[in-house]
Ligand binder design. Structure first.
Ligand code: HEC
Ligand code: HEC
Length: 379
């Protein structure tokens, strides 16, 4: 488990009074320590309402005096996730010229061997950033071995790809265009040559990188695509709830969040993305059923101790981004929730808990900015 560079922001504003019942819910010091989350753990204990009472089970809401949201979801639960940022730009907002260029490149089919494959072929922005396929066909129809993760909110992850082999969305963008079974271009020079031959791009790169003598470069291509991706953020009803709108989550969804938390899902799926902050082993407690051919991070690093480590995926928009796992092997969300509880945590979930967790995950379905993601006319 890899430690966070910085823990997610703690969020207590807007939910004031929600711990008024004094219900102490967060009692997972060992799990948190494993997560390398010491500073956050301290913060959590500081506000968990714990008074040295029984350190095991949370009081049951149903037996409490109130079934209002305040007795189901506590600030401690919300603080593990934190608020979704407004965007993933580092520092100042980039110019519209740069994100416009990035958007055009994201949809650009001419940057592929067949002239038809773009980022949007596999990460469709009108389909929550995925293609709905187990694995995706590239420029000649050949499929890779891995499922296409969503491009939405990906910029908020600590590394990119299932095995984390790229650090940032900018580094990542250089991969698919030269991947033989994705876009299938021969070289960075070929990409630059194609772009230089399209007058509209000469103009767009000039506007996006003012003052540069030779703005059409492979690096600038990646910077522009990355800048566009850093604006792909999808606030959801969960964020409305965090912001203080208490009726943004139904009672069942709140019970689902509580079950997610009580089961321990948050020990891996943490932070504002509900994941994307660490690697972990598939089949951590009980080996994953069936043969797992892909060794994940171990395939990339050739270090056997990293076999079966995958980036813990974010769960935002998860109801829309199936099929699931690095190989797309699980189609049903209820099924993957059940498998996760069993194999990652050694717990059998009751059907009612699975249903509640699935309901809660639905509240992570976000609002995709239609104007920002709209396909532009080709340059
Ligand atoms: C042929 C399908 C295909 C195309 C085209 C494609 N991708 Fe991907 N993308 C994938 C697959 C599959 C993965 C996961 C691969 C892996 O982890 O090894 C991925 C991973 C990613 C990720 C990492 C997300 C995460 O959560 O780790 C990002 C971001 C991304 N692609 C953006 C892009 C961009 C930008 C382009 C265009 C320059 C692009 N992709 C083109 C299939 C595709
Ligand atoms: C020990 C860490 C760990 C715990 C605990 C854990 N997960 Fe996961 N989860 C992962 C990893 C790693 C993956 C990706 C594995 C892969 O693709 O092979 C994953 C994948 C998923 C996926 C599929 C995501 C996608 O985009 O395909 C869902 C949904 C999910 N987990 C939900 C849950 C739920 C719900 C719980 C609690 C019952 C839970 N997880 C507990 C580590 C964990």
């Amino acid at each position: 488990m890899q430690a966070l560079a910085s823990p997610p922001a703690l969020v207590f504003d807007g939910i004031s009074g929600s711990n008024a019942t004094g219900v102490s819910v967060f009692h997972r010091p060992s799990a948190l320590a494993t997560a390398g989350f010491a500073s956050l753990a301290l913060a959590l204990f500081a506000c968990s309402g714990e008074e040295g009472g029984s350190p095991k089970t949370p009081a049951r809401t149903s037996s409490g005096s109130s079934s209002s949201s305040s007795s189901v979801v506590t600030p401690a639960m919300l603080s593990v996730f934190g608020a979704l940022p407004a965007d993933y730009w580092k520092g100042a907002k980039p110019s519209a010229a740069l994100t416009d260029l990035g958007r055009a490149l994201y949809y650009e089919g001419r940057l592929s061997k067949s002239g038809t494959i773009s980022c949007n072929s596999c990460h469709q922005l009108d389909r929550f950033g995925v293609d709905g396929e187990k694995t995706s066909p590239g420029h000649d129809g050949t499929r890779g071995d891995r499922n296409s993760p969503t491009s939405l909110n990906a910029a908020g992850h600590f590394v990119q790809f299932w095995d984390g082999r790229a650090g940032t969305v900018e580094d990542q963008a250089k991969g698919p265009v030269l991947n033989p079974i994705e876009h299938g271009l021969e070289s960075a020079d070929q990409l630059v040559g194609i772009l230089k031959g399209i007058p509209g791009y000469v103009q767009l790169f000039g506007q996006a990188f003012p003052g540069q003598a030779d703005p059409i470069t492979f690096d600038n291509f990646a910077i522009a695509v990355g800048a566009f991706e850093r604006g792909l953020v999808t606030p959801s009803r969960f964020d409305d709830f965090v912001g203080g709108k208490k009726d943004a989550l139904s009672y069942q969804e709140q019970m689902g969040l509580k079950a997610f938390f009580d089961t321990g899902c948050h020990t891996c799926h943490m932070g504002a993305q509900f994941g994307g902050q660490s690697y972990d082993k598939l089949g951590k407690v009980i080996p994953w059923p069936g043969e797992v051919k892909d060794l994940g991070r171990g395939t990339h690093t050739k270090n056997a101790s990293e076999n079966l480590l995958f980036k813990v995926p974010g769960l935002r928009n998860i109801t829309k981004t199936g099929p699931y796992l690095h190989d797309g092997s699980v189609a049903d969300l209820g099924e993957i929730v059940k498998l996760m509880a069993k194999h990652q945590l050694g717990k059998e979930l009751a059907k009612s808990d699975i249903d509640a967790i699935v309901a809660f995950l639905g509240a992570l379905e976000g609002r995709v900015d239609a104007a920002y993601t709209k396909k532009p006319s080709a340059p």
